[in-house]
Design a protein around this ligand. Structure first.
Ligand code: ADP
Ligand code: MG
Length: 330
């Protein structure tokens, strides 16, 4: 049985060295045995990636391994949780050793960088590649960063440069052309999002509400507004647009892509006026930009304003698997 389920598990998943002292028993038994730290809350999140829905089946498998974990770590970051463990359910149509090798390289490189240990999972045969990863982290009680804490007067911030992944996606569908020399950059932004872990942790005690941007900035900020029962005003001319976005798209399309293109995995968060100075002091040390883009209002609804005071017309809401069945349209 050269390629049984069990040799696959042994070769690709159990072989990776065990590191965390809070894992009493890792891969190999019916359950993992874990020692959660006393007095902490356990943050749990799960995301599924389906071939040709969330990634191109022919995409670089190292990037797929990276992204499967990255999107989950991004959720922990958005919660202000310290990452610890992960489990992985893998459905594969065939055993492709080269693919699995590269997938694991991407997965474990990111896991090791953030001290995350793969502690179990499930491996089955099925009609398409489906990757479900669950990540676990810790946060002190009362300190996790939720969506429901935004208050009128809070300043709204975003990390990094949203829209880059949306541009890469639009280019992959032949709907945009990435200007030279930015093709590699935008592909990396789509395939290797960097979860904003340090940013999430420093926002504890500073931000009133945090979300990670996976389905487009406007849509995800909308979740904060809804859960916090507030509204917002966004200054679209303050959006941090990357040189790649500005060089590749006209202004209207660049702003639309930053507002509604998905897959950014940046953090969008709100900070009350009295903690803005503290935030900006800490953000100086971040490895990404931290840009104020608007303000939370008592009046409900989201208003998009241009520098000239006129409303910005957004003709695309953001990504929704059940609403949008066709591809991305800038
Ligand atoms: P069971 O039949 O008891 O569910 P399995 O044979 O499915 O156990 O799995 C054996 C061991 O391998 C378990 O510890 C399980 O968590 C682990 N495992 C299976 N698939 C994966 C995977 N894709 N990634 C990590 N661990 C896995
Ligand atoms: Mg069992």
């Amino acid at each position: 049985m050269p390629n049984s389920e069990f040799t696959l598990i042994d070769r690709y998943f159990a072989a990776h060295p065990v590191r965390r002292p809070d894992v009493a028993l890792g891969i190999g038994d019916d359950c993992a045995l874990l020692m959660p730290p006393g007095g902490q809350q356990l943050a749990v999140t799960m995301d599924t990636l389906i071939a040709d829905v969330h990634f191109f089946a022919a995409a670089d498998p190292e990037g797929i391994g990276h992204k499967a974990l990255a999107v989950n770590l991004s959720d922990l970051a958005a919660m202000g949780a310290t990452p610890a463990w992960a489990t992985l359910a893998l459905i594969l149509p065939q055993v492709d050793e080269k693919w699995l090798d590269a997938f694991c390289r991407g997965l474990f490189a990111l896991a090791d960088r953030h001290g995350v240990q793969l502690i179990g999972g499930d491996t089955t045969h099925g009609p398409a590649t489906v990757i479900t990863l669950q990540a676990h982290g810790f946060a002190p009680p009362g300190q996790a960063l939720r969506r429901d804490g935004a208050r009128p007067g809070d300043r709204i911030y975003v990390t990094g440069t949203p829209g880059d992944a949306g541009l890469a996606l639009a280019a992959a569908f032949g709907k945009a052309t990435v200007a030279n020399p930015y093709a590699d950059y935008v592909l990396l932004r789509l395939e290797r999002p960097e979860p904003r872990m340090t940013q999430g942790l420093t926002l504890r005690g500073i931000a009133n509400a945090v979300i990670d941007v996976s389905d487009g900035l406007v849509q995800d900020l909308g979740h904060i507004l809804e859960r916090s029962r507030v509204g917002a005003r966004l200054e679209v001319d303050q959006l941090p647009l990357s040189p790649a976005l500005l060089a590749s798209l006209d202004r209207q399309t660049a702003i639309t892509t930053a507002l509604a293109g998905g897959d950014d995995y940046e953090l969008c968060f709100t900070v009350p006026p009295e903690r803005i100075q503290q935030l900006e002091q800490r953000a100086v040390n971040w490895d990404c930009r931290c840009t104020p883009i608007g303000v939370i209002t008592a009046e409900s609804g989201l208003r998009l304003l241009q520098a000239d005071g006129l409303a910005f017309r957004l003709n695309q809401p953001g990504y929704d698997h059940f609403r949008v069945t066709s591809d991305f349209q800038p």
